[in-house]
Ligand binder design. Structure first.
Ligand SMILES: [Fe+2]
Length: 263
């Protein structure tokens, strides 16, 4: 099975909510999608870990729908801090089994894998939290035996990057209990996140944990302890492709040139 992990498109129809988001964010997102759909062999699933829209108006989600329309594989998403729950719910209501409540948590399957989407958004805040009701719900789901891999999608990383200023605005609530649930899960778990606008990977409580980069803008890498929020840079963009086989899971990087020709 081949899975693309994308994140943080930040597409907007009229005006960006985030000053760092490039004005051509939608063109760059379309370039990424074109690469995903053109990849051979065909990808079996696409996972997008939040901040799909930058502001989340109805027009933003209509634009997002046109961006992802060429993808003919199942698409799984979670809300980021720049998404709006109502807009995202409406945009993906026919694809994802969201629960009835306010939070956009869900569990589903795709081929041999189980996919769990977790809502970490805090209204009006940049950082994120796993609500007690989400953790209760997750505990019950992780207690069930899963035959294959479980992919847990969330926007805010629960693990550190080493860039203190960015880590301070990642998952700031519910992380300890989440760590416990991950640690005690009997099965293969892969946690996918976004939000930090730089790709990185780690092993966290025995689970593979990966953070997807963003085509909308990328933070520079500054690993000086206590460094302030880094500026943006023009490093090459890439996304992850996960290859899941009977011999395990492999993480591949796939670069995409995001230069948009001006005509
Ligand atoms: Fe973002």
């Amino acid at each position: 099975m081949l899975i693309a992990h994308l994140s943080d498109f930040h597409v907007f129809a009229d005006r960006q909510e985030t000053s760092l988001v490039r004005p051509d964010a939608v063109d760059r997102a379309r370039k990424v999608v074109a690469d995903v759909t053109g990849f051979s062999p065909r990808l079996d699933a696409v996972m997008i870990t939040g901040d799909l829209a930058d502001g989340g108006t109805e027009q933003d989600y209509a634009l997002l729908a046109s961006v992802i329309a060429p993808i003919d594989a199942p698409v799984f998403v979670v809300p980021g801090n720049h998404d709006r729950r109502e807009g995202l719910r409406a945009a993906f209501a026919d694809r994802l089994p969201f629960g009835e409540g306010r939070l956009l948590n869900y569990e589903t399957t795709c081929g041999s894998i189980r996919v769990i989407g977790l809502d970490t958004k805090i209204e009006g805040r940049v950082d994120g939290r796993l609500e007690p009701e989400t953790l209760d719900w997750l505990e019950e789901r992780l207690a069930r035996p899963a035959e294959g891999h479980t992919y847990v999608l969330m926007h805010h990383p629960p693990f550190h990057s080493g860039m203190a200023a960015l880590d301070a605005m990642a998952l700031t609530g519910g992380g300890d209990r989440f760590a416990e649930l991950v640690r005690s899960h009997q099965g293969s778990l892969h946690i996918l996140a976004g939000h930090l606008h730089r790709p990185y990977q780690t092993i966290w409580n025995r689970a593979l944990a990966t953070v997807g980069g963003s085509p909308a803008f990328q933070f520079a890498l500054d690993l000086h302890p206590g460094a302030p929020e880094p500026g943006t840079d023009d490093e090459p963009y890439f996304y992850f492709i996960y290859r899941l086989g009977h011999d395990g899971e492999t993480v591949h990087t796939r670069p995409v040139s995001l230069q948009v020709s001006k005509e």
